[in-house]
Write a protein that binds this ligand. Structure first.
Ligand SMILES: [Cu+2]
Length: 130
């Protein structure tokens, strides 16, 4: 299988580290080395018109997590501006976002990739506990 994975490392503030990994299912796991140290919580999230499932997740401040995103139909977006997360979710691919939230709070994740008539309501809640 061709390796089409990409790793984008965001400019990090001291409060937050975000790494976005995109790969094909079954492909080489680029993220493995990066995650080995932290034993992150894995959170699977599926996207489809016009919802995320689950539509609510909870993380803990300072604890590393990996959001593993897949799409069941078409390309969706996954945007949480305050946490510096901005990813595309493409069908047939797994998009992994390694995040260690630095700020507690309640955030709204929105799909920022136009996906049809219900697009404007495609949201989920991400809570970061202190
Ligand atoms: Cu959308």
């Amino acid at each position: 299988m061709n390796i089409t994975s990409k790793i984008r490392v965001r400019a990090v503030s001291s409060a937050l580290a975000v790494v976005i990994v995109t790969g094909t299912p079954g492909g080489h796991r680029w993220g493995q080395a990066a995650y080995a140290a932290g034993q992150p919580t894995i959170v699977e999230i599926k996207a489809k018109k016009y919802e995320f499932s689950p539509n609510e997740i909870t993380l803990k401040k300072g604890e590393p997590a990996v959001l593993r995103l897949t799409s069941e139909d078409r390309t969706h977006g996954f945007l949480v501006k305050p946490l510096n997360i901005d990813a595309d979710i493409k069908p047939g691919q797994v998009t992994e976002i390694a995040v260690t939230p630095g700020l507690a709070g309640e955030y709204i994740v929105i799909c920022d990739h136009y996906c049809g008539t219900g697009h404007g309501n495609m949201k989920m809640k991400l809570t970061v506990l202190p």
